[in-house]
Design a binder for this molecule. Sequence first.
Ligand code: CO8
Length: 242
Amino acid sequence: MKMKNPPVNRLSLDFLTEFSIGLEKLEIDRVCRGIILTSASPGIFSAGLDITEMVGKSAEHYTAFWRAVQEMWLKLYGSNMVTIAAINGSSPAGGCLLALCSDYRIMADNPAYAIGLNETQLGIVAPFWFKDTMINTVGNRVTEQSLQLGQMYPSPDALKIGLVDQLVPEDKIQSTAAAIMTKWLTVPDHARQLTKSVMRKTTIDKLVKQREADINNFVSFITRDSIQKSLQVYMERLKQKK
Ligand code: CO8
């Protein structure tokens, strides 16, 4: 799956909806046993959630947007397929979450590319299921520190903390992902799928059980004046940095 929402693959409501539909089609296609998730914009894997979807909109819009973010996570983290992230660029916040949902992460060996859950840098808070997905990958201590600081890790540091599994030269990222996929597909599907489900079920069930409450939390948080202001300031800074 090659994400193509130029220039930075921001995860808009439309993009998330298409992403989930695409994933669902592959999930029920018995011929497809695995996906490699990558970006059609080398240099940026994904800029994360589209901040413009979270500023100056109605409560109904925030509700639909957040449901789509949840749906993407539930489908990708709960996928029966082998999922490999070929991270060919920077990947903040929601972009990092996409990568964390995969079974294996390969990142381009370029210290200019960074990955992490940087929500606090925007004045917002990573939801519990973002946090849980990170804990399941790198453990509690690293997650606590990373989330408080909103830390973005240049690729060598991401490898050191286990946020990614492997670094390769940028031009080898697809061939490496294909080789890793071949290895994972040698394991009988039913055994691998059940094992994956056992490992992830508790985390997934936690959100399933409180999906509506999580949406309500998001809407009441994001509609606060102070949060709207923080996001506006962050967007202005992004534009000014040019
Ligand atoms: N949303 C909306 N627009 C964005 C985003 C984004 N996430 N990221 C970049 N853009 C826009 C820029 O403003 C710019 O717009 P324009 O051309 O109109 O000025 C355009 O995309 C290109 O961006 P850059 O010029 O910055 O491109 P670069 O190649 O220099 O850098 C980066 C790319 C590294 C991705 C950089 O743009 C960046 O750091 N972006 C910010 C990414 C970020 O912080 N994302 C976090 C989003 S929040 C999230 O995912 C989780 C939220 C959880 C919610 C919890 C609430 C309770």
